[in-house]
Design a protein around this ligand. Structure first.
Ligand SMILES: Cc1cc2nc3c(=O)[nH]c(=O)nc-3n(C[C@H](O)[C@H](O)[C@H](O)COP(=O)(O)OP(=O)(O)OC[C@H]3O[C@@H](n4cnc5c(N)ncnc54)[C@H](O)[C@@H]3O)c2cc1C
Length: 418
């Protein structure tokens, strides 16, 4: 299984001054000395000749000598980026809740090597927080360690058969910009996920979803640098263990990886998903395009969800509860009017927003913070709230919903430093 191979691996051309670092199952970097200069090529091996070369690099010991990290670094080490200098940083401006918090060290990393350099800089035992756009976290205290802000750029088409397009996207790309890029290009499948804040690298973390689509429907693979040793691993979509607001990166592989790029398989003929929420009523006269759907989604979201630039929030604070068929049957006897969504596995998803609304919390106001007036699932920082106050409100809502409906709400927002 590809995933079990450790990266990077190092090779040298026998009898020449060409050095290779194999970054992952379909990627290597070549360093060639020309006079006193090093020329560097980053190669993505998705087509036949590059794949063959990669195979030879790995297996043709007569042409390529296997070298270890130290020998390789001595030869071309000066070409590796050093860790950017860590800076002390304000996290309030880097998170959409905007509650006060600082980090003792923050490094921005725009490549796999920069991620590795930052990890190598981190003294043993120093706490590490990986940061994207900060739109799915509530930071409870100053971070006494390294915040690694992933800014890896780039959108690259690596295969296109006229219908399906495979596109590899750097973890630092803003998610919404990437979705609009796919809409512009006519690549279908992600249009329902327009206007979700954050960066591409965080999208697999909780398998982001909206309006009947999740990234698992279009994700091909995820590449990530190991926090333990800097190795690059490619996780196939199956290995990502995607579920409702879940992935292996929040479960068994938690705190072990820095995601640096994500690949998607998009479809110029993807059927449009217009059956969810209020999309139909927002659409103009048909026939529709993916752009029509994206624009309808944007209008609906703008009318319901607070803009984090104006009102601090992290979207849905709680996950929608998923009940077994039996538990739902008991619940439905008392609440037959509750919106519910049968799942393929027989479970039934309820709308957490409906439960919170019915329990009387919609628009609840505590001065500096409260529950959004248009969407009961969103807790807001109206200005000057602390994470502790928002967390207290969340606990009060949880307790109340539990006592009124015997349903335990789980937070969707990541609690940092709680
Ligand atoms: C107004 C609003 C609406 C929203 N609507 C939706 C919605 O419809 N559907 C939905 O699913 N979500 C929604 N969200 C939540 C959020 O936007 C998404 O979860 C988004 O993917 C988070 O991206 P981020 O870059 O901001 O992640 P961050 O908040 O920076 O990080 C989230 C988690 O991922 C980790 N992480 C981030 N980047 C990486 C990386 N490169 N490698 C490893 N770990 C990483 C962090 O450590 C953290 O645990 C909404 C949020 C807001 C504010």
């Amino acid at each position: 299984m590809e995933g079990a191979i450790q990266y990077p691996q190092f090779r040298k051309l026998r009898g020449g001054d060409v050095w290779y670092r194999i970054e992952g199952p379909a990627r290597w970097t070549e360093f060639q000395r020309i006079g006193t200069r090093w020329v560097r090529h980053d190669v993505v091996a998705v087509q036949h000749p590059e794949r063959m070369t990669l195979h030879d690099l790995r297996h043709d010991g007569e042409r390529y000598a296997e070298v270890d990290r130290t020998e390789w670094a001595e030869a071309v080490g000066e070409e590796l980026p050093g860790a950017a200098k860590p800076v002390e940083a304000d996290l309030a401006g880097r998170t959409t809740f905007g509650v006060p918090a600082r980090a003792t060290h923050l490094i921005e990393a725009d490549s796999d090597d920069a991620v590795r350099a930052a990890l190598a800089w981190r003294p043993a035992g120093m706490p590490l927080l990986v940061l994207g756009g900060g739109s799915n976290m509530l930071v409870h205290a100053d971070w006494p360690g390294l915040v690694l802000a992933v800014t890896v750029p780039g959108v690259a088409v690596v295969a296109d058969d006229g219908r399906y397009v495979e596109v590899v996207v750097g973890a630092g790309e803003p998610w919404h910009d990437f979705v609009m890029h796919t809409v512009e290009a006519g690549w279908g499948g992600l249009e329902n996920l327009a206007l979700i804040p954050g960066r591409v690298g965080a999208a697999p973390m909780q398998n982001i979803g909206a309006y009947g689509v999740e990234i698992k429907d279009r994700c091909l693979w995820v590449e990530a640098v190991a926090i333990a040793d800097g190795g690059l691993r490619r996780f196939s979509a199956a290995e990502c263990g995607f579920g409702y607001r879940e992935s292996v990166f929040k479960g068994a592989e938690r705190d072990r990886w820095v995601i640096t790029r994500v690949a998607f398989r998009l479809d110029r003929q993807a059927p449009l998903r217009t059956d969810y929420g209020a999309i139909q009523s927002e659409l103009p006269e048909g026939p529709w395009t993916a752009r029509d759907v994206a624009e309808a989604v944007i209008r609906i979201r703008q009318s319901k969800l607070p803009d984090p630039a104006i009102l601090g929030n992290a979207g849905s604070f709680f996950k929608n509860p998923v009940l077994s068929a039996e538990a739902y049957a008991r619940f439905a006897q008392e609440h037959p009017d509750a919106p519910h969504y049968p799942q393929p596995d027989g479970t039934v998803k309820l709308a957490a927003g409906w439960l919170i609304d019915r329990a009387g919390w919609k628009g609840h106001d505590r001065g500096t913070h409260g529950v959004h007036a248009q969407q009961a699932l969103v807790l807001v920082n109206k200005g000057g709230a602390t994470a502790g106050q928002i967390w207290q409100l969340a606990q009060d809502i949880r307790r109340d919903v539990l006592s009124q409906y015997q349903i335990s709400l789980e937070p969707e927002v990541n609690q940092i430093g709680l």
